[in-house]
Ligand binder design. Structure first.
Ligand code: DGL
Length: 288
């Protein structure tokens, strides 16, 4: 036996099996932050496809293709579990990946999204039964939120109104958060949403980029309206999921490492991602 054969397993097998967290850009960091706070013991890899963001106005086919590429990249880096920390990818690609691709490419691995966990809390929060969803054009057009809410609360007849906010992701990606332009678009979209249904008492931030605009959103949101932020919800639901799936939980390694990958320039990513996360980080550039 050649020495290289004896060690090939060690060389090929990744040293860690991190939890993969994927988003089109910076938005998934709002999920990453909550996951690593609530479940700090695990290894994590964050992948932002910043070079091709935004996904929100892209077709089903393109979002699916890009998301599958990202999932495969994270699998190749050892992830047994990948969270699509992106509503657009969860709306347009998750089901196909779970039902069509995973059984063929990696039946022992799991890919989870952010829409279902967010929706599960809605019946507990709303009192008026009138709910608003803010999301990308892709998420809104997919009707994923109204469909999932109807599945979860079929008798309660929750009325869902949606508003696409196509400017919000570019505002975040270009760090225009503290500008009059951000205020203009946030106010405009919130006004549109409440014009559709003034009885809304609960608003879902159905895009992981939107929490980065929270101070502006809070400024223009009526005070009595509850805001559902996905990060804490997804972190809690992941903890439940891991408790219910010990075979996945055991496979996730626990050395508390964090890695960051981006398809854009590393220096641009590091600067803004560090700002959004609240601590400096080092990233690696990858191609998908
Ligand atoms: N963070 C993504 C989401 O949750 C943004 C999508 C985009 O790139 O437009 O939908």
């Amino acid at each position: 036996m050649l020495i290289s054969d004896a060690f090939s397993d060690l060389i090929l097998r990744p040293m860690t099996q991190p939890i993969g967290v994927f988003d089109s850009g910076y938005g998934g960091l709002t999920i990453f932050r909550e996951l690593t706070t609530r479940l700090p013991q695990y290894d994590y890899i964050y992948l932002g496809d910043n070079a091709r963001t935004p996904y929100g106005s892209r077709s089903f086919e393109v979002v699916y293709e890009y998301t599958l590429q990202a999932v495969n990249k994270l699998f190749s880096m050892g992830c047994r579990l990948v969270i699509l920390a992106c509503n657009t990818a969860s709306a347009k690609a998750l089901r196909s990946i779970q039902q069509r691709d995973l059984p063929q490419i990696a039946p022992e691995r799991r890919v989870l999204g952010v829409i279902r966990p967010s929706v599960e809390l809605i019946p507990e929060i709303t009192r008026s039964g009138h709910v608003g969803v803010l999301g990308t054009s892709g998420t809104v057009l997919s009707e994923s939120y109204p469909l999932e809410i109807a599945k979860i609360a079929p008798e309660s007849q929750i009325k869902v109104s949606q508003e696409a906010c196509p400017m919000w992701v570019p505002i975040v990606e270009n760090n225009e958060i503290d500008t009059p332009g951000a205020e203009y678009f946030v106010r405009k979209n919130l006004d549109n949403l409440f014009a559709k249904d003034p009885e809304i008492d609960t608003v879902i931030l159905g895009c992981t980029h939107y929490p980065l605009l929270l101070p502006v959103i809070r400024k223009f949101l009526p005070a009595h309206v509850a805001l559902l932020e996905q990060g804490p919800v997804v972190a809690r639901k992941l903890e439940d999921y891991l408790a219910r799936h010990p075979e996945i939980e055991r496979a996730c390694t626990k050395k508390a490492t964090r890695q960051f990958l981006t398809t854009e320039s590393v220096s641009i990513f590091e600067q803004l991602a560090g700002f959004f996360l609240g601590s400096p980080l080092q990233a690696v550039h990858i191609h998908l």
